[in-house]
Design a protein around this ligand. Structure first.
Ligand SMILES: NC(=O)c1ccc[n+]([C@@H]2O[C@H](COP(=O)([O-])OP(=O)(O)OC[C@H]3O[C@@H](n4cnc5c(N)ncnc54)[C@H](OP(=O)(O)O)[C@@H]3O)[C@@H](O)[C@H]2O)c1
Length: 281
């Protein structure tokens, strides 16, 4: 059986490597297929153009593209057009996978004023890019009975060290008001996808993928400064917006038996820092 990863970047590659290690054949579609590791059969494909043949024994499809920039055109192309096109290629080639996972984002939710957000909460962000991600979700869920959407919060991990870099460079500031943040380590995000396609017989249409501890941004920045043996960042107005002011509740995913390797930012960032040679003080 074959797993097809459409948009096989950082997350898709980690998913592919884990499934290949379990003995699955993994095919990865992306434009620069030469960047894929040997365990994944790379096929050069632009998801918005003519797609290559879908392997006839494709059991699982994971759609994990990302937009190249923050324009609406890039989002429409990477999410809506790509998802529609992958479904069309499956129909064209008469392949009906057991499961199609679309990697989405908790950005589809608007501002919840610090309230808990679940799969049942209205996904009604008015941000144009978030609406396009939501539209792609609907393309999948409306176009396939076997579709599952996994809405991830902010991904961090090896090479995804924005907050660590801010603390190190001295550009981090502690916002004056509490600012809820939600995150998931890249490896937990990959493990959640593998779990959903290998361990859950009848998944729900939508899951939230976020660690067990929504947390105020200042707490994370203070923690990172302490781990790096640096002074606490100064108070100040953050340059980026305050995000969605929501706390993401991933208990539905955990109820399927999924356990986080990095249940909070502390374990996750300690692992990332250890990978950079920083020892826990
Ligand atoms: N970053 C976050 O914090 C965050 C939060 C929530 C959800 N997510 C979601 O997580 C998913 C995966 O993210 P990631 O970090 O793995 O992103 P990534 O490393 O940028 O991977 C995305 C891949 O999609 C491929 N791609 C983009 N447009 C394509 C096209 N037209 N045709 C073929 N391939 C295309 C790119 O490869 P080529 O350039 O070689 O084509 C790239 O390797 C995305 O769906 C993203 O929305 C991310």
């Amino acid at each position: 059986m074959t797993v097809l990863i459409a948009g096989c970047g950082d997350l898709g590659t980690e998913v592919g490597l884990r499934l290949a290690a379990r003995g699955e054949r993994v095919v990865g579609w992306r434009r620069s297929a030469g960047r894929l590791p040997a365990a994944i059969e790379g096929v050069a494909a632009d998801l918005t153009g003519d797609l290559p043949p879908v392997p006839a024994d494709t059991d699982v499809v994971v759609i994990a593209t990302a937009a190249g920039d923050r324009t609406e055109a890039a989002y429409r192309s990477a999410y809506v057009d790509a998802t529609r096109n992958v479904l069309a290629a499956l129909r064209r080639d008469g392949v009906t996978p057991r499961r199609i996972i679309f990697v989405s984002s908790t950005a589809v939710y608007g501002d919840f004023d610090g309230a808990l957000v679940t799969e049942e909460s209205p996904a009604e962000s008015t941000a144009p890019t978030a609406r396009l991600v939501r539209e792609a979700e609907q393309v999948l869920l409306g176009g396939s009975a076997n579709g599952t959407v996994l809405r991830l919060s902010g991904i961090y991990g090896p090479g995804r060290t924005r907050l660590i870099d801010q603390v190190r460079s001295g550009s981090a500031v502690l916002p004056p008001e509490p600012q809820w943040t939600n995150r998931i380590h890249r490896d937990d995000a990959a493990a959640a996808i593998v779990h959903l396609v290998t361990r859950v017989a009848s998944p729900a249409p939508i899951y939230l993928g976020s660690d067990e501890l929504p947390v105020d941004l200042s707490e994370v920045l203070r923690f990172l400064a302490a781990e790096l043996d640096l002074p606490e960042p100064p108070a100040g107005e953050p340059t980026s917006g305050r995000g969605g002011a929501r706390r993401v509740d991933s208990s539905l995913l955990r109820a399927t038996g999924f356990t986080f390797e990095y249940p909070t930012y502390r374990e996750g960032y300690r692992a990332v820092l250890a990978g950079q040679g920083v020892r826990h003080p």
